[in-house]
Design a protein around this ligand. Structure first.
Ligand SMILES: Nc1ncnc2c1ncn2[C@@H]1O[C@H](COP(=O)(O)OP(=O)(O)OP(=O)(O)O)[C@@H](O)[C@H]1O
Ligand SMILES: [Mg+2]
Length: 463
């Protein structure tokens, strides 16, 4: 995980705690001060009543009031002064101001009958001036002055603040640890995926990955392995294709070399032998040429679907022409060629390519047939597709080989195909053309009975 992400996580988690800490502490301190002031005020009321009842200013019962006052003063951590109506301090629990005068603004305002509250922020002192009134509250007999230190309140707040800081730091550490462990849990498997992709990019397709943990990781490793398998298959077929191509291209050249060498080695070769060998050499050159042409058309088709040259094509006419062209080949082997059209079909397709695809199928029907057999081509359509069926009475294809006949260079009977000049590219080309048209091709066949190839092509081309 990126460092900035960890920092952002910590800032987002911790900053509200810090802000709350300041707001909360400010509030707590103010509330404690106000509570203390209320307590002082209540006590002032009790004390002023006691002073008024005991006739304190006349000198009566001073002892008991003073004792009370001293006790409360130490309880509230306060200095308490009793001032008489002449502004003379008659009692100071610190005993230093006895007999002096207090004419501060607070004393004067209290002498007028109002309680005065004041917080001296500089000294951290709560100051209260409360009037001592007569029983009917009409006359102010004197004033009580309280000076209470807030040091204990500050201490309480400081201790709350320290606990708060400790909790905040603890949370920050927890966040860092959590973020770190999350980074470890997330990054480690992703690193394995990256390593495997790098390994694959170097050309190794052997290493599957198996990530355990949450379901997304499992999905990543499944997708990766599926992709790896596909690439592996692709790589295998590429290698197989290259070795097949080399082999197929070398075969005619080897034959040509053998023929030419044997001519060279013989002295006084008769003219007929020369001619026969030359005919063989030309045949091999034609074969080489046809393999190269097939390969070129396959490579072209591998490139892109965009290369289709779409036009409105009369399929009935196309099939008639194909059969007309192949009739001489069929009659050589005494094979009957029949076309059965169920309806006129016009379709949007690449005429040249489809022509080649159907020619390949009919040609196969003739090539892999028995003397005196038949090949029947039929055309039908529904509202979406047209169907071309090529059935023959030929040698058939064993069940086990039916899946492979569409592979490049695949031939069921190598010797026989060579005899007939086949390279095993015809059906691969046909299937490619059909797929380019978003169509499908299917085969059903029985050995020694014949084969049926059905091609389905959409009437309208999907752009
Ligand atoms: N109608 C058929 N009947 C029996 N076997 C067939 C038929 N069509 C194809 N095959 C078998 O499938 C193989 C592959 O056919 P494909 O048309 O791809 O190649 P090919 O005919 O051998 O050579 P090419 O068509 O390139 O000249 C053939 O070699 C043959 O064994
Ligand atoms: Mg063929």
């Amino acid at each position: 995980m990126q460092l900035w992400l960890i920092v952002a996580l910590i800032v987002v988690t911790i900053s509200p705690l810090f802000i709350m800490r300041f707001i909360a502490l400010e509030n707590v301190e103010a509330q404690l001060r106000s509570k203390r002031m209320d307590e002082l005020s209540s006590y002032a009321l009790i004390l002023s009543n006691q002073i008024m009842r005991s006739n304190y200013f006349a000198g009566d019962n001073q002892e008991s009031v003073n004792n009370d006052l001293n006790q409360s003063a130490s309880l509230y951590n306060a200095r308490i002064l009793i001032v008489n109506s002449d502004y003379k301090i008659v009692k100071d629990n610190y005993s230093t101001l006895d007999g002096t005068y207090s004419v501060s603004e607070e004393t004067i305002r209290a002498m007028l009958g109002t309680e005065v509250r004041y917080y001296n922020e500089a000294d951290g002192m709560l100051e209260l001036a409360a009037p001592i009134t007569s029983e009917d509250k009409q006359t102010v007999l004197g004033v009580l002055l309280f000076y209470s230190s807030t040091s204990d309140i500050v201490k309480t707040c400081q201790s709350i603040s320290s606990s708060y800081t400790a909790i905040t730091i603890g949370l920050a550490v927890l966040c860092v640890v959590l973020a770190g462990s999350m980074a470890y849990v997330f990054i480690k498997p992703l690193k394995r995926v990256t390593d495997s992709i790098d390994h694959m990019a170097e050309g190794h397709f052997d290493e599957e990955i198996h990530l355990r943990g949450f379901s997304e990781l499992k999905r990543i490793s499944d997708s990766f392995n599926t992709m790896l398998n596909k690439l592996r298959k692709l790589e295998n077929s590429r290698q197989e294709f290259v070795s097949n191509v080399s082999h197929e291209l070398k075969t005619p050249i080897t034959s040509i070399k053998v023929l030419a060498d044997s001519l060279n080695m013989q002295e006084n070769v008769p003219n007929e032998v020369y001619k026969e060998f030359m005919r063989d050499i030309v045949e091999e050159i034609d074969r080489e040429n046809s393999i190269i042409n097939d390969l070129l058309s396959l490579v072209k088709m591998d490139k892109a679907v965009a290369e289709l040259n779409i036009s409105e094509v009369n399929i009935n006419e196309m099939l008639e022409l194909i059969l007309k062209r192949l009739r001489p080949l069929a009659s050589q082997r005494n094979i009957e060629l029949v076309l059965e059209s169920f309806r006129p079909v016009m379709a949007e397709c690449d005429e040249v390519k489809l022509n080649l695809a159907f020619t390949n199928l009919v040609e196969n029907g003739i090539k892999y047939n028995v003397a005196g057999g038949w090949v029947q081509v039929s055309l039908n359509a529904d509202h979406k597709y047209f169907y071309v069926k090529v059935a023959d009475s030929g040698i058939g294809i064993p069940e086990a080989n039916q899946d492979q006949i569409f592979e490049r260079f695949y031939r069921v009977d190598k010797a026989r195909s060579r005899e007939t000049g086949g390279t095993g590219l015809g059906l691969a080309i046909t299937q490619n053309i059909v797929l380019m048209h978003d169509g499908a091709i299917k085969v059903s066949s029985k050995e020694d009975e014949g084969s049926v190839f059905v091609v389905r092509i959409p009437l309208k081309h999907k752009k």
